[in-house]
Write a protein that binds this ligand. Structure first.
Ligand SMILES: C[S@@+](CC[C@H](N)C(=O)[O-])C[C@H]1O[C@@H](n2cnc3c(N)ncnc32)[C@H](O)[C@@H]1O
Length: 387
């Protein structure tokens, strides 16, 4: 067993050399940033008294971090669920390890009072995720974090999402969505992908639309408020607005782009929320630096904590800048240079400066190291690259 600290939470799990779904209890350190962003978003969004649910909770690390790191008043209740008995045991042990003892373990098939059980401040369930959701009275935050596609859980998540709830979805089915397996994308996500330098933005927008279509059947409009692609996964946070009028706005923003789609052509971010998340993180970063300096931790841990903070800060800053530019897609500078036979190409940062000087918006994109998001027209960009 190994003791792991992530954020303010501690968990003790059996370690494995390889992170895979065959692990006894699933914990993936690479997803720390995914969890960091969930904490940051919930601390920035101005919602109180939330009924939170984690239908695929794994080791429970995300929920424990919510309990320890979310601002006072945000959590009304939190329900952990996992179909694995070992995961449920690990959640119980980890809660105790973090000195959280007021949880209730809900027995399987406890149908008589099943619905009320979700009202407990902290409850742990051992069901199939869909049964867990459908047996509940609903939640203000549902986090779908499966192995692979989010498809099997969308219908029940959407049904049990409250009128103004937040739906968070992780999807690691990147090969289908990014165009390696076009037929799988058509079957599972009802759209044609495209494998090029923009494939991750295209894939994300196809996924957004697919989830919106499922929600539309329940008169629920899902608007992305924060979404991204990273490492091996897509992540989207949606704000739900219940009602026919809002829902009718959604399909009006579905269309084709770059011979791919249909896909979501609307915003991927709520730029005010992104600003708030970025400034909250900056504040935390300064506090953290002070604590790290004063703490009697090892040099290695100090370097590690600092590095982690810098990584997420850099990632969020890129998204903050690109969220201000209202375009679908971006320019792949290397791709353009190759196609137009432009031999000498300036550094990305210099091109961005040049575009801005001409009065257009421009920024890096988190989707690609060599991409530039800008509202400059293609032909104008070509002339500028040739200057
Ligand atoms: C990717 S892991 C979750 C990781 C976790 N959310 C975190 O942040 O660390 C997926 C989890 O879903 C559980 N699982 C898989 N299929 C399930 C199902 N049908 N119902 C409930 N849990 C399921 C697995 O046991 C596993 O713990």
């Amino acid at each position: 067993m190994k003791l792991i600290t992530e954020g303010l939470a501690k968990i003790s799990i059996k370690t494995s050399n390889k992170v895979s779904k065959d692990m006894d209890v699933f914990y993936n350190p690479v997803m720390k940033l995914n969890r960091d962003i969930s904490v940051l978003l919930l601390n920035s969004i101005n919602k109180k008294n939330m009924q939170i649910s984690l239908p695929l909770a794994g080791s429970g690390i995300r929920g424990i971090r919510f309990l320890k790191e979310l601002n006072k008043g945000i959590i009304k209740s939190i329900s952990f669920n996992d179909c694995s008995k070992k995961a449920v045991n690990s959640i119980k042990n980890s809660l105790s390890l973090n000195k959280i003892n007021n949880f209730k373990v809900i027995k399987k098939n406890n149908n008589i009072s099943n619905k009320n059980n979700h009202d407990k401040k902290i409850s742990i369930h051992n069901e199939d995720a869909n049964l867990f959701l459908l047996n509940s009275t609903g939640f203000d935050y549902i986090d779908i974090d499966p192995f692979g596609s989010s498809n099997p859980y969308l219908e029940s998540a959407v049904k049990r999402l409250s009128r103004n709830g937040i739906l968070a979805v992780t999807n690691t089915d990147t090969a289908a969505l990014s165009g390696t397996y076009p037929n799988a994308c058509i079957r599972n996500y009802w759209a044609v992908p495209k494998r090029d330098y923009m494939m991750h933005e295209t894939g994300l927008r196809i996924l957004v639309r697919k989830i919106q279509l499922v929600a539309m059947q329940h008169d629920k409009a899902l608007f992305p408020i924060f979404s991204y692609f990273k490492d091996h996964y897509f992540r989207i946070f949606f704000q739900c607005i219940k009602g026919k009028k809002e829902t009718d706005k959604i399909p009006k923003q579905h269309g084709m782009f770059n011979n791919a789609g249909p896909l979501w052509t609307g915003n991927l971010w709520d730029d005010k929320l992104v600003n708030k998340m970025h400034s909250e993180l900056l504040k935390k970063s300064i506090e953290n630096k002070k604590t790290i300096k004063n703490n009697k931790t090892t040099i290695n841990k100090k370097i590690n904590d600092n590095q982690n903070h810098n990584d997420i800060l850099k990632f969020l800053k890129t998204i903050k800048e690109e969220s201000k530019i209202n375009t679908i897609g971006f320019y792949g500078i290397h791709d353009i240079a190759k196609k137009r036979k432009i031999k000498i190409i300036s550094k990305k940062e210099d091109i961005i400066k040049k575009i801005r000087k001409k009065g257009y918006k421009a920024a890096s994109t988190h989707f690609s190291g060599t991409g530039i998001r800008s509202d400059i027209a293609y032909n104008k960009l070509i002339s500028l690259l040739k200057e």
